[in-house]
Design a protein around this ligand. Structure first.
Ligand SMILES: [Zn+2]
Length: 408
């Protein structure tokens, strides 16, 4: 009798009863039947309707009791509904065609947020695919039930998956700091797919979009969200600048090979790090190098001067500074710096939008790092489908189905 009651409590329903529980150490099986005179609800409209017939018995896996597996057995009824026709009844412990109960889905999915899926599988004595199926259900529920009415600023960022050149494009909600969407690739069609799925109404609500100076993204934003302000991400801009400085250094190292190969050895981070983060020893070395007439030093000075750009309060002043800096960079006789300056010029409008909107992808930088960590968890995430499930699950801040009994 006691196990019957526990099964009933944990499922939290009133219209069914546990007819009997049979069990061995290998597992309990609980047979469920509808309460007498209770009418089934139509799964189409949720209304109570007269019965039609009963289907074959189905089986669900429930949360284990003291480590002992628990199975539920029940023959779903069908109803005749004047609105929906003949329909299977609504069963509160199921989610779609899954053979896991909703509580088990929630329990597995909750652990899968904290641990690698194979560890969850081991912990619960289930197959890896069962964990994946639970996460898929939870994500599906979360995506359908999340509130997206406040999404007005989005950040677009890419990450590479599986060491090679497979890319994934992530769309973040900059206000709520959550992942909204993830798509395979980083070509023109990716954001097009996002806007298509996001729909016309929700896209209209998006006021600004922060991304890298990457033409495929820009092109589809212009086409599908023409009303949104494009802001080029500060962190991406700084990254491009750093790359330019490093290119100058690498070229100079090559040119010094014959006369002084030691001079610039292991100096990469001296030039790239923020000066206030250098150790005293590094500071001394940099101080010495700065006195020499090095090309790398000229690039370094340009990079350091560029810091000032972000401090401007007004767009007009920022624009004036940019013009001045453009002149310096294009007259520096350093090709990588000149290229970077020209890139800013080409994308100037979106670069200067920062001074109007003050948004950047900094808020979601941490999430992107987390996404990279997920992509490195080797096992199982090899396909985009599984990888995207893991991303939504960990970074999407998705709602979970409510349970009447707290298992965790
Ligand atoms: Zn109905």
């Amino acid at each position: 009798m006691l196990v019957e009651s526990i099964v009933k409590w944990t499922l939290g329903f009133k219209s069914w009863r546990v007819k009997k529980v049979t069990g061995t150490k290998e597992g309990f099986t609980a047979e469920l039947v509808p309460r007498r005179r209770s009418r089934a609800r139509c799964s189409g409209c949720g209304k109570r309707r007269p019965g039609y017939d009963a289907l074959e018995e189905r089986q669900w896996r429930h949360v284990a009791l003291w480590g002992i597996p628990v199975l539920l057995r029940y023959s779903p009824r069908r109803v005749t509904c004047p609105c929906c026709g003949v329909k299977v009844e609504q069963i509160p412990w199921t989610m779609g065609k899954s053979d896991l109960t909703v509580p088990l889905i929630v329990v597995l999915a909750t652990f899968a947020k904290l641990l690698a899926w194979e560890e969850v599988a081991r912990l619960f004595g289930v197959h890896w695919n069962t964990v994946k199926a639970a996460v898929a259900r939870a994500v599906d529920y979360g995506l359908q039930n999340r509130d997206t009415s406040s999404v007005i600023a989005i950040g677009v960022d890419e990450i590479s998956r599986r060491k090679g050149h497979t890319y994934v494009t992530n769309v973040y909600d900059l206000k709520e700091k959550r992942l909204l969407w993830t798509g395979d690739g980083r070509g023109e069609d990716v954001l097009e797919r996002f806007f298509y799925e996001w729909g016309v109404e929700r896209t209209k609500a998006i006021l600004c979009i922060c991304c890298d100076m990457w033409d495929p993204y820009i092109k589809s934003i212009r086409q599908w969200a023409p009303g949104a302000t494009v802001v080029f991400d500060k962190f991406h801009i700084v990254q491009h600048l750093m790359r330019a400085v490093d290119q100058v250094r690498a070229e100079e190292v090559r040119s010094l090979k014959g006369e002084n190969p030691e001079l610039l050895k292991r100096t990469r981070y001296l030039w790239l790090k923020n000066p206030w983060n250098l150790t005293p020893k590094q500071k001394m070395r940099l101080g010495y190098l700065e006195k020499l007439n090095l090309r790398t030093n000229r690039a370094y000075l340009l990079k350091e001067t560029f810091r000032e750009f972000w401090d401007y309060k007004e767009k007009g002043w920022a624009k004036r500074f940019l013009k001045q800096w453009f002149w310096w960079a294009t007259h520096s006789r350093l090709k990588p710096m000149r290229d970077f300056a020209w890139m800013l010029r080409r994308y100037e409008e979106g670069v200067l939008s920062y001074f109007k909107t003050r948004i950047d992808n900094g808020a979601v930088e941490g999430m992107n790092r987390k996404a990279k960590v997920i992509s490195q968890r080797a096992y199982g995430y090899r396909t985009f489908e599984t990888f995207s499930l893991a991303l939504y699950h960990v970074l999407g801040d998705l709602p979970m189905p409510e349970l009447t009994h707290k298992f965790l």
